[in-house]
Design a protein around this ligand. Structure first.
Ligand code: FES
Length: 172
């Protein structure tokens, strides 16, 4: 049947609009809208799963250095530590060494992270020279952690410390 054979439109019912929303077009728009929403939702959930906690601020831990009665004031003490911490997806063991000393008869303590700020080796206290020396690239730090020589770009990291019930603790 050709178009000319079709019955003319009744003017009372309006004119034919070829841009009118057809059933097929409506289903296409609905399908792509639902697909887009589901895809965005899945991508969001997937990226959250992959990223894990890696975008969250890392948590800190308090490490026990020991009773202050055993940390003789005026001397530098080394304390090795180790604890389990969550690193994004997995639990890892964090290890290191801290150095601590008191210049006010044990009222407060300075605590330094013994990790060299160059490439992460553990520095060694040399009481005879009154400094820390890094075995990896021969860096030297003062007792307070300032760089004397060598490649480290920064002083040793000073940690927050507190004495609780006679126990010295530091925040890693
Ligand atoms: S790691 Fe300590 S000087 Fe290089």
């Amino acid at each position: 049947m050709s178009q000319s054979e079709l019955a003319p439109l009744d003017p009372a019912k309006g004119v034919w609009d070829e841009h009118e929303l057809t059933r097929r077009k409506f289903l296409e728009i609905t399908f792509w809208s639902v697909t887009s929403v589901v895809t965005v939702g899945l991508l969001g959930a997937g990226s959250r799963f992959i990223a894990g906690n890696s975008f969250e601020p890392s948590t800190t831990s308090w490490v026990t250095l020991g009773p202050v009665a055993e940390l003789t004031a005026g001397e530098v003490h080394r304390v090795n530590y180790s604890f389990k911490a969550k690193d994004a997806w997995r639990m890892v063991e964090q290890k290191g060494a801290l150095y601590t000393f008191s210049d006010d008869a044990g009222a407060t303590y300075t605590v330094l992270d013994g990790t060299c700020t160059h490439l992460g080796c553990i520095v060694q206290w040399q009481g005879g020279d009154n400094n820390y020396q890094c075995p990896c690239h021969q860096a030297v730090f003062t007792r307070e952690g300032k760089v004397v020589s060598g490649p480290p770009p920064r002083p040793l990291r000073k940690l927050d410390a507190k004495i609780q019930d006679g126990i010295l603790m530091a925040q890693i």
